[in-house]
Design a protein around this ligand. Sequence first.
Ligand SMILES: Cc1cc2nc3c(=O)[nH]c(=O)nc-3n(C[C@H](O)[C@H](O)[C@H](O)COP(=O)(O)O)c2cc1C
Length: 175
Amino acid sequence: MDKFSNLAAERRSMRKFTDEKLTADEIRLLERAALIAPTSKHTNGWEFVAVDNPELLKSLSESKEAGAAFVADAPWALVVFGNPTLTDAWIEDCAISAIMVQLQATDLGLGSCWAHIRNRFAADGSSAADNVRRILGVKVPLEPLCIIAVGHKGMDRKPFDESRIQWDKIHDNKY
Ligand SMILES: Cc1cc2nc3c(=O)[nH]c(=O)nc-3n(C[C@H](O)[C@H](O)[C@H](O)COP(=O)(O)O)c2cc1C
């Protein structure tokens, strides 16, 4: 991938993965992308849990009622936590790190998908955030924003359809 304009369009959510594991070099680059993301006031108020244990991935996939099943299928996932006691911009900082990981995955020819955790609930009404903390042994005040699942693509996804870009969402000078 030689151009950001191509990379940005190639990143599509991938919810099916092959059984192939990621290499140590690939994981290193994915983690690096998370850690070099910009943060408000350079606080770096995030923490990440990198998960490759299949049982933990399965438990994480069940931490909320819907929309995280693909995590069980992935060989690797990065769980993104923010610390609201360190920065009021923890959601923004975590979200930027998460998309950096997704773009790095795309650059490596890998697929990825975001499973949202903040303000989500499991079928039994329990908080997805509490479930994720319990599964990974993480304590409050750390708040999980999302899980980024990464793996080798298990299906084809076309790049973003240029004809669907909503250019009318851009307002010149005044709304
Ligand atoms: C904040 C956020 C939360 C998301 N949560 C989920 C989720 O819980 N489960 C899921 O399957 N996809 C989730 N996604 C992926 C979106 O559904 C996806 O990005 C969107 O439909 C556009 O499709 P694309 O990524 O293939 O271009 C999330 C994306 C964002 C940015």
